[in-house]
Design a protein around this ligand. Sequence first.
Ligand code: NDP
Length: 501
Amino acid sequence: MTTIDGVAVYQHLIDGRERAAADGRTFEVRNPANGAWVARVAEGSAADVALAVGAAAAAFADGRWSRLPGRERYRILNRVADLLEAALPELATLESTCVGRPLRELRAQLGRLPEFYRYFAALARTYEDAVLPFEGPYHAYARRVPLGVVGQLTPWNHPLLILTKKLAPALAAGNTVVVKPSEYTPLTTLELARIAGEAGLPDGVLNVVTGFGAEAGAALCSDKRVRKLDLTGGTETGRVVAKLAGENLIRVTAELGGKAPVVVLPGADLDRAAAGATFAAFVASGQTCVAGTRVLVHEDDAGALLARMVTRARAIRVGDPLDPATQLGPLVSARQLERTERYVALGREEGATVACGGYRPGGALAGGFFYEPTIFADVRPSMRIAQDEIFGPVTCVLTYRNLDQAVQIANGIEFGLAASVWTSDAAAGMRFADRLECGIVWINDHHRIDPSLPWGGMKDSGMGRETGIDGYREYTQTKSTIVNLEEPVDWYATTEVVRLS
Ligand code: NDP
């Protein structure tokens, strides 16, 4: 990173070196809290992507990483975790400056990242392959081998967390990687790649091309040397990327949109449920795929729950994300702010009632993309605000008469990523969770993650799973080897019928 006229200039990171865009283009990254310039960044084209994929392909082919013993990958990934841990305070500030998320949230979130590298480092060291019950005088085994060059497309809402969920298993399994981060938030991705190089990751194993999805992202998805694509983003982008992967017959993991229900069962503690529902909705200003944005409550409890949620939402401190006291920062971009405003207007037109929020704060916050935490009441399940992913600080309260109807509302949507169930009866919570069509369900909690947890959605929320042993397997393929332990059959030397298996 260099500085020109006091503004940081970031380049691509290809084959262990910083590189300007082939055609010299750059774009700006701005702070969403105040519009100030943060950096200029190389704008990637197909030529830059081709160079990065070439570097990753060469690194894979010569085995500098893919054929290292698991214990060496274990050692280097643990070193990545250690250096990352040491750099977290600066990374949290940089990420907060680009995303607008409050520092207090980012400190908590980023504090978990080293665990992911350590967990997958341990898998590189301990994963056990299979010896198969192959019939006859044979020893047959199936080993998991890496895929080759993988392309990772990451969004702006949790740049380092989402990258880490993809990168740690990909590297542990021995792949080489080209990342295209969101154009809003590429800086911490470049910093992480630099840290990985310092930790001993060989050149060319992790490459970052910055730029826009339509150009650099599309070039990465079309390059025939790439063996897997891994995207977190909107459902429409998921369809585009999956089509390109289909054309090249390569794997795709896609973690897409969501509209998580927060189901409050009869008899639940309403104070706890209200605290959980506001946490579910407003963390990251609602810009998260598992945001709890449909609160389903029994009609007898609705008034009491809504009153508690409104009191809590009004008390949330909106402000400068770098102030440690701030609880809600701005949205990431003018586009997300406009989208939120559009949906709030639509909700009013559809006949829902704004119980709190529903406006941009003024005064000192008027220059940023801030929006007040907003709760809609009188929402019907068919309303657009109850069906579409808004990706802003907006949640809806819906009522049900019985549990069958609650299941119907919870599942009556194209998404199937996550849900939470709030209850004072754990068994009832588990019975209800079993009926939900989604990949992740929390009971009496929301948003909690762990490297061991398979993460991903059903229906239009995506395909494949990140993290956990499933996530590791998705970055490998099996290779079966069959060893004949006896004299080989001379098929053409005899007229007798021999068994082949
Ligand atoms: P996108 O789905 O457009 O972006 C996700 C990533 O994919 C980014 O790196 C993006 O690049 C890249 N990308 C975009 N188009 C292409 C393409 N044609 N080929 C290859 N890569 C591409 O998210 P948006 O930022 O546009 O957000 C839109 C909506 O998506 C949000 O409002 C939200 O509803 C949802 N979303 C969901 C996320 C989740 O966690 N599931 C995360 C982010 C968004 P670039 O951004 O540089 O163009």
